[in-house]
Design a protein around this ligand. Structure first.
Ligand SMILES: [Zn+2]
Length: 81
């Protein structure tokens, strides 16, 4: 697999490409959309973007926040009746 630790995960709102970054490959500060807090450099975390989307749409998440998202079930606003 190219780039190592990357896979496709199936979520309630579609398929996501998920890449797990190690601390040593994280050199910038990102903002996690799950908790709206910063992800400091050298923090192992998750990068995810929709399989149907573009890689430019990718978001950086804390590993725990990404897992919590998975458990929360369907995301409001999409697929809502
Ligand atoms: Zn977070």
């Amino acid at each position: 697999m190219r780039g190592g630790n990357q896979r496709v995960e199936e979520h309630a709102d579609g398929e996501w490409v998920v890449r797990r970054l190690t601390g040593s490959s994280s050199t910038k500060t990102y903002r996690c959309p799950g908790c709206d807090h910063e992800i400091r450099p050298a923090t192992p975390h998750v990068v995810a973007w929709p399989l149907e989307g573009r890689e430019e749409d990718r978001r950086h998440w804390h590993t725990a926040c990404w897992s919590a998202r998975e458990r929360r079930g369907p995301t409001p606003g999409r697929g809502r009746r």
